[in-house]
Write a protein that binds this ligand. Sequence first.
Ligand code: A1D88
Length: 230
Amino acid sequence: MSDLIHYTETEHAITLRFDNGKVNVLSPAMIAAINEALDRAEAAPFKAVIFTGREGMLSGGYDLGVMQQGGMAAVRDMVDAGSRLTRRMLAFPKPIIAACNGHAIAKGAFLLLASDYRIGVEGEYKISLNEVAIGLTMHHAGIELCRGRLAPVYFNRAMINAEVFNPVAAVDAGFLDKTVANEEALQQEAAAMAQHMATLNANAFAATKVKARKQHLDALDWAIEEDKKA
Ligand SMILES: C/C=C/C(=O)SCCNC(=O)CCNC(=O)[C@H](O)C(C)(C)COP(=O)(O)OP(=O)(O)OC[C@H]1O[C@@H](n2cnc3c(N)ncnc32)[C@H](O)[C@@H]1OP(=O)(O)O
């Protein structure tokens, strides 16, 4: 298992804690590590998977080093892998709970939009799709993820206007489902939701998730192919 992610398993949950010691960039290596951890979680008995970061940081998004200096092919490969990862999360046969303990920027915020239940700790940190602010035209997969998961009135505000949300405002926008006061409460709340999720019927959960999201998943499949032509 990669040293970018700490993988721990309890009776009701598998926790993936992202910690690269910095801002948890979604580099090709981090995306591969998350996929490897999901492979392992998929083979485990039915229980929730909790995505979390280190205190103050979920993820600063795609690796700007690759974005700025990697060359077109490397950027396209990283974005394609990232889009496939969030598409995988949306169809993953086990529940994915995001326990957001800090900044979630761009692709970091998309991890929230691809999770089944999202809890954020209250605090002075940013949840933002900053692509337009930093000169990136949003890719199709990003647009479709926003269309599928953001509250409708925030679709334009969060994506086209690149507004920055604090965790409480992020609940209204649709990045989070609820906030809690501190890190301890965050981990407790995630564990309690995992315990509830573990009582669900595994087959019914997996089938309902992809059935309910069929249109969204079809749109993402189209978007991922379209982005490869850009
Ligand atoms: C479709 C999706 C597209 C994308 O995902 S594109 C990527 C979009 N991401 C960004 O534009 C990153 C924005 N970064 C930030 O807003 C802030 O950073 C944070 C809120 C994440 C953290 O703020 P703070 O805690 O004050 O740290 P700090 O001093 O800004 O950054 C610490 C070091 O981390 C580097 N860094 C931050 N984000 C990234 C990144 N995404 N890729 C590569 N490096 C990053 C910085 O440059 C700096 O580096 P040094 O210590 O050498 O000065």
